[in-house]
Structures are given as C-alpha cells and as structure tokens.
Design a protein around this ligand. Structure first.
Ligand SMILES: Nc1nc2c(c(=O)[nH]1)N[C@H]1C(S)=C(S)[C@@H](COP(=O)(O)O)O[C@H]1N2
Ligand SMILES: [Mo]
Length: 420
C-alpha cells in the first residue's frame, strides 16, 4: 500500500495530520458553488464542515446578515407571521445527526453495474476527487451553439455528494404549530432567496442524452413543496447551525431546512418563505427534475423522496491491490432513508455467500453506521467483495428502481481485490 501523507497544516503551533477538505468548484464570479466530499478519509461519522459536499442548482446568492434576516410563514395558517432568527432561537430547539446525500450521487454506477452484468467493459467510475474543473466545463454548455452531448457525457464525476452532519435548529413543526396550521394543509413550500434559470445541461447530463425537450421555467427561486406529514416529523428541522458552529453561507445560512432520510434537494437552503399550501405545489425541482419514471416523456413521473438503503466499502479499495494473503479488515459506511441500519452483510465471493458484518450501533436513526468484517484469505487470485444493508423497516439493498434521471443510486458496488 502506498504510504499516506500525514504532514499537514500547523494547528495551534504544532504539526498536524493532513486535513481532508473538498476541492471547490467555482462559478464565473469565483464563488464556490460545488464540491465533493472525501468520504474515504472519514474516521468517524460526522463530515467536517470544510469537507461537506456543496451543490447550488441556480447560483450562489449574496449573503444576508443574520441580524437583517427574517422569513415569512403564510398560506394555510391561522396566524401568518414574519420571524427573525432571534425569535426562532427562543423556541424549543432540536439537534439531529443525519446523512445528507444528493439525489445524483454515484449516478454513473447505474451504467457501470449494467455494463458489468452484461460483461461489458465500462471502467469503474472513479471515487477520486477531481480539481473541480469538470463542473465548470459543463455549466451552461447546452446554451452554446456547438453543444455536443457525447463530449459532455461523463464530464463530471458523480461521486462524493454525500456527507454526515450534525444540524441544530428548531423542529419545523414548532413553527407550523405556532402559526396554527389549518386542516387543509397538504404541503409546505420553501423558497430560497437564490434565483436563476435552471441549466438545461444538468438534465441532459443526468439523463445521458439530449434528444428531448427540457422544460424551461425561466428565472426562478429554488423551491420545494414538502408533504405535510414529513413537515410535521419531529426530526425535520429549520437549522441555523451545522457541526457545532453557525451554518456557513454555502450550506444555506442564515437558515436551511434539514429533512433526514430524504435526498439533499429537499434540504432547501437560504430560506426566504415558508408557505403552507392546500395542494402539492408545482416546483421545478420537484415536478420536473428530481422525478422517477422510465423516460423524459413518461406520463407517470413522480417526485422522489426517501433515499434507499446503501452501503459503501471504504477499505480496501480496488487500487490497494495486490494484497498479501492473510487477514484484512473490510470496512465501510451504511445508511438508509427510512430509518436505522439493522444489518450489514459482506460477501467475499462476488455475492455467492454472505456473512454478517459488525455494525457500530448508535442512537441516530438517520446517520450512517460504520461496519467492519475480518476477512481471512489464503487463496491467491481475484476476489470480489460486496456489502449490502438492511434497515429497521426490513428494506434490503438495493431498493431504488432504475429511473431515467438515474437518481438515488443504491446498487451494490463490487470491489475487486487481487491477492498474491
Ligand atoms: N435554495 C437552495 N437550496 C438547495 C439547493 C439549491 O440550489 N438552492 N440545492 C439542493 C441540492 S440539489 C442539494 S444536494 C443540497 C446540497 O446541500 P449542501 O450544499 O449544503 O451540501 O441542497 C439543496 N438545497
Ligand atoms: Mo442534489
């Protein structure tokens, strides 16, 4: 195994190990707007803030000073109100630890697993962090006259859009209850103060082709309409703090929504308005973008919500090969969108047989669990390692069906190890 670099920054005057940070992707104004998490370096469950992935669909808005900040609560409520951060902070608080995963995380693995099953030769998508340049290359490309989809296809690595975090704020239901939600409430629409026209390139990239019409809503504010049941869940939080510190601007300061178990796009950042509605609102990123279905013109497209069940082997990795005969630890992370992980199994023979792994249990339903398995191997040659998770609801990996946008990937990704 190559020796890992341990020299890093000087912290409080002393040499330290290397700190793992995301590699930021910047927009044309040099604002950090995108970044992937180096989760292979995780030794615990909480992703440090500087390593937490970043996605902004429209633009990076101008920051709002917390003292100038307020948001409106209106619609199907008895007492519409404008709340400041100070007022919000007087309500009974709540801290939730949860995995945040972008719906598009690992999207290229849909194709990889299909190719592998058919004996094809698509290379395994890389988990390596890039320099953030790939992101810049495709942004806005669909609006260029010489736009070429083939060139674009795998322009941007899809991995690393997942982090574990601790979020502190107030349960959304505290705010809704105080405002007097009416029985007619069906959804709660959150609107961010970021605005822009959704880049059609995003959808071409997601689907993998460009021979269909992308719905163009024009300039919009980012918004989502959360169904009232999930809005009233005690773990759905309006958060102003992240990992023990004030929320940073890129992650949605002064206030963002935290929806444990549901894909990142529900976690609306930079909240400006909270509108209780008596119908499901037609939000671009809900009705047109983060949807399941068989094709772009499938009449049965549906908004995607909870994540499936997922495990990821973080150790060993394909490029650790060859390993010596003997005893090796297989280690990884497991999470689910509908509750705690109850079981993780590991296979060292490409899925022929499975054995239970050790799970580091804890009390946070929506935070990932570390698992490990001691692998004794004395047969040289190629070995294929796999892991699969089961959650407390009995859902077993993989859960999510293939969909044309290739969102919510939760397939079993094999790790190929050569033993010498
Ligand atoms: N206002 C607003 N909220 C947003 C977005 C956005 O573009 N604007 N992007 C969403 C998406 S797609 C994801 S994956 C998460 C990313 O959150 P993070 O950048 O804090 O990791 O924020 C969500 N909330
Ligand atoms: Mo996302």
């Amino acid at each position: 195994m190559p020796r890992k670099e341990i020299e890093g920054d000087w912290v409080m005057g002393w040499a330290d190990r290397k700190r793992h940070m995301l590699v930021p992707g910047k927009d044309q104004h040099d604002r950090v707007i995108y970044g992937r998490t180096p989760f292979f370096e995780h030794e615990g469950l909480i992703t440090p803030t500087d390593a937490t992935y970043i996605v902004a669909q429209l633009q990076m808005p101008e920051p709002v000073h917390p003292e100038d900040y307020g948001f409106e609560v209106f619609g199907e409520v008895e007492r519409p109100a404008t709340l400041t951060l100070e007022e919000l902070r007087r309500l009974p608080g709540h801290t939730v630890r949860a995995v945040a995963e972008c719906a598009g995380n690992d999207t290229d693995f849909w194709d990889y697993l299909q190719s592998r099953e058919k004996g094809g030769n698509m290379p395994k998508p890389s988990y390596e962090l890039d320099d953030g340049e790939g992101f810049l290359k495709w942004r806005g490309m669909a609006d260029q006259p010489d736009f070429d989809m083939a060139e674009l296809a795998h322009a941007n690595p899809s991995t690393g859009h997942v982090s574990g975090g601790e979020w502190t704020g107030v349960p959304l239901r505290e705010v809704l209850t105080r405002a007097g939600v009416k029985d007619s409430a069906v959804a709660v629409r959150f609107e961010g103060f970021d605005e822009g026209r959704p880049d059609p390139t995003t959808q071409y990239l997601s689907v993998g082709r460009a021979d269909f019409e992308v719905y163009d809503p024009g300039v919009i504010n980012y918004d989502k309409g959360l169904p009232i049941e999930k809005a009233m869940d005690p773990d759905t939080v309006l958060a102003w703090a992240h990992n023990g510190e004030w929320l940073t601007h890129v992650h949605g300061a002064p206030l963002r929504l935290v929806v444990p178990g549901w894909a990142g796009n529900w976690w609306v950042k930079w909240i400006n308005k909270i509108e209780v509605t008596d119908h499901m609102p037609d939000c671009y990123h809900q009705t047109h973008y983060f949807v399941s279905g068989k094709s772009p013109d499938d009449p049965n497209k549906k908004p995607m919500m909870a994540l499936g069940v997922k495990t990821l082997i973080t150790e060993p990795r394909d490029d650790d090969s060859p390993l010596r005969r003997g005893s090796h630890v297989i280690r990884g992370l497991a999470w689910s969108g509908e509750g705690a992980i109850a079981r993780v199994e590991v296979s060292t023979d490409a899925g022929e047989t499975w054995s239970d792994a050790h799970i580091e249990q804890h009390g946070d339903r929506f935070l990932w669990r570390r698992f490990s398995y001691l692998w004794d191997v004395d047969v040289p040659g190629r070995h294929t390692l796999m892991s699969r998770g089961t959650d407390e609801k009995g859902r077993c990996q993989p859960v999510t069906e293939w969909n044309f946008q290739r969102k919510h990937f939760d397939g079993i990704v094999p790790v190929d190890i050569a033993i010498e």
